[in-house]
Ligand binder design. Structure first.
Ligand code: PLP
Length: 441
């Protein structure tokens, strides 16, 4: 195994300066936002974050899937500086700018949707989710939306309604938006299988909502917050068939799966069928807030003028960064790199699973991988306390990790796809040591 080359721990964790700032934070920042690692960032480069105490961590979180091209990629920084010199904002619907058009053209050519496409850009992922549903409703002249158990689509009111986790996201926040219906999502480890999930979805048309009332089925090709559950091909093909049968718009939420994460530029490329609309955000702009809906021209062009919009739709600086991100993907062949990283990560995780049976499952596509921790491999009882303990121990050893799953018992990888072999080795060594402390050597 490679010697430590990247991680550098100089103080106790958290260090004194981080502790001091976090103490102030408790008195100044709203309590619901305080759920993070007890370190304070000073700077970030590539796959590392250095805190205000001078400790350098390997980052397997990537700002929750935002740093696929790495933190502060020089090319992104350059594109940002150039745009900042020119202008910051006009409101695209008042005075348009070329970056918006260029990104719509370039992403339109990349997304796995055949025929003419159009793009629309916004700021947050949730905003794109809401606009995709608006577009589907206007096109179909129907109201119903089907979303899945374990889904995460964001925290604005319609997106939150579509999200499927009570604590901490939904508890106390109703009433939720009407006309959102829920169907089971397949889970290879725990069930249901794809056929059972599809049967339940079709049953919904008898028991809850007539299919000719449904505007859209919205799904994640691999659930993110829900626990890194890849959708089986049979399931995605079934969704396409059901949508075709009933004139429903199929919307793939690629906010977390997009931009190389799954070993394809977009996760929908793993499947033989296409969505009608795709939602993108997170890694699209190398760290700046930007989201988008890409989709079939017939659907995207249908609404009346002004039906979608917003002051900060498609910020020009973020759009310039997004164009740089696409160039980086090509030049550095990051989709291929995601497959290599994914192969190395999966091999190591499977090795851990054979050593520690309380790693009940190892799963995911490409470099979007997670381990699921259970109290007993026979009962599969979720073990969120083990996941938390491993994450805490990893932090002490200089690795940033994040949990996932409706039961909070999965640990996921969203590392930059620019992660070097040395950084990967270092991170995996810290993770393995943390597992040994928590699960026994
Ligand atoms: N959709 C998916 C699949 C996500 O993972 C997320 C965020 O994690 C969202 C939507 C919401 O994005 P945002 O937090 O930018 O609103």
């Amino acid at each position: 195994m490679a010697a430590t080359r990247v991680i550098e721990i100089r103080t106790e964790i958290p260090g004194p300066r981080s502790r001091e700032i976090l103490e102030r934070e408790r008195k100044a920042v709203a309590r619901p936002l305080i759920v993070h690692e007890p370190i304070v960032a000073d700077r970030a480069r590539g796959s590392t974050i250095t805190d205000v105490d001078g400790n350098t961590f390997v980052d397997f979180v990537g700002g929750v899937g935002v740093a696929n091209v790495g933190h502060n990629h020089p090319r992104v920084m350059e594109a940002i500086s150039e745009q900042v010199e020119r202008f910051l904002h006009t409101d695209f619907t008042v005075v348009p700018y070329e970056g918006y058009v260029a990104l719509a053209e370039r992403l339109g050519a990349l997304v796995p949707i055949s025929g003419e496409t159009r793009g629309a850009f916004f700021s947050a992922g949730a905003e794109a989710v809401e606009n995709a549903v608006k577009l589907a409703r206007l096109y179909t002249k129907r109201q119903g939306v089907i979303a899945f158990e374990g889904a995460f689509h964001g925290r604005t009111m319609l997106a939150l309604t579509m999200t499927s986790k009570t604590h901490p996201y939904k508890k106390g926040l109703g009433p939720f938006a009407p006309e959102v219906y829920r169907a089971p999502f397949p889970n290879v480890y725990r069930g249901p299988d794809a056929a059972t999930a599809l049967t339940a979805l079709e049953r919904l048309f008898t028991t809850h909502v007539s299919p000719d009332h449904v505007a859209a089925i919205v799904f994640e090709p691999q659930q993110g917050e829900g626990g890194f559950l890849p959708a089986p091909a049979e399931f995605v093909e079934g969704l396409r068939r059901i949508c075709d049968e009933h004139g429903i718009v199929l919307i793939a939420d690629e906010v977390q799966t997009g931009f190389g994460r799954t070993g394809r530029m977009f996760a929908m490329e793993h499947f033989a069928v296409e969505p009608d609309l795709m939602i993108v955000a997170k890694s699209i702009a190398g760290g700046l807030p930007l989201s988008g809906v890409l989709g079939r021209a017939a659907i995207m062009d249908d609404p009346h003028s002004g039906a979608i919009g917003g002051t900060f739709i498609g910020n020009p600086v973020a759009l310039a960064a997004a164009c740089a991100v696409l160039e980086i993907f090509e030049e550095e062949q990051l989709v291929d790199r995601a497959q290599v990283l994914g192969g190395a990560l999966r091999a190591r995780m499977l090795d851990w699973q054979s050593r520690w049976p309380r790693i009940g499952d190892v799963r995911g596509l490409g470099a979007m991988l997670a381990i699921e921790l259970v109290r007993d491999p026979a009962t599969k009882e979720p073990a969120p306390e083990l996941a938390r303990a491993v994450i805490d121990e990893a932090l002490q050893r200089g690795l940033l990790l994040l949990k996932a799953g409706v039961d909070g018992n999965c640990i996921r990888v969203l590392c930059p796809l620019t992660t070097s072999d040395a950084e990967l080795d270092d991170g995996l060594r810290a993770w393995e040591e943390a597992l040994a402390v928590v699960l026994g050597a």
